[in-house]
Design a protein around this ligand. Structure first.
Ligand code: GSH
Length: 206
């Protein structure tokens, strides 16, 4: 059994989708960020950086429970545990890793910066910078998806599972949404049609 600590943001949704896609048994727990539940000492034992999502695998190989934080690492762990959505080929697996880093270390923080400077600490010039950088990142996704069905060729992988909620949820914050990115839209529509994706995206939204 896996305990999932989460919120229904793009970061949380990556892991909701992966758990639904793999069929691994899990119990979801909503963390109230407004009440600061993620900063409680007990939660910091799972993720010292005090962020969600986090999973705790009670059936991990080796001794005792195993906590995993950071969405790229969680996707990698669940792919290894389930044997799904990660190619065995070393080059393709590296391409998957490159996308995981691109999404969680580059694209995610751009939306965080955009949100921060448009609402929490208003600074129009900074907000504009982050939006422009996010648009460049979506241009990169669009160019790649013009040449292939999924981010790493013709097979759906954890690279797509990482990127899809960023497009579907965070992408709405861009001035014209996904309209300027037709290949991202086509790819997102194909992923949105998957039943597991629909279940994952719906978690904690009602
Ligand atoms: N790099 C982290 C980002 C996680 C993240 O930013 N989570 C947000 C929710 S989407 C959070 O916990 N925010 C609470 C805070 O910053 O205090 C990952 O990929 O897991």
């Amino acid at each position: 059994m896996i305990d999932l600590y989460t919120v229904p943001t793009a970061n949380g949704q990556k892991i909701h989708i992966m758990l639904e896609e793999t069929g691994l048994a899990y119990r979801p727990h909503l963390v109230d960020l407004y009440k600061g539940e993620h900063r409680a000492p007990e939660f910091r034992k799972l993720n010292p950086f005090a962020r969600v999502p986090v999973i705790v695998d009670h059936d991990a190989p080796g001794e005792g429970d195993f906590a995993v934080c950071e969405t790229g690492a969680i996707l990698r762990y669940l792919a290894a545990k389930s044997g799904q959505f990660l190619p065995a080929d070393i080059r393709l697996a590296s391409e998957v890793d490159q996308w995981l880093s691109f999404i969680s270390a580059n694209v995610g923080p751009l939306f965080r910066g955009g949100f921060m400077f448009s609402t929490m600490v208003p600074n129009p010039a900074a907000a504009e910078y982050f939006v422009a950088e996010a648009q460049k990142a979506f241009g990169v996704l669009n160019d790649v998806l013009a040449t292939r069905s999924f981010l790493v060729g013709e097979t759906y992988t954890i690279a797509d599972i990482s990127a899809y909620p960023v497009a579907a949820t965070s992408g709405k914050q861009l001035p014209q949404g996904l309209t300027p990115y037709p290949h991202v839209r086509r790819w997102a529509e194909a992923i949105a049609a998957r039943a597991a994706v629909q279940r994952g995206m719906a978690l904690f939204t009602k």
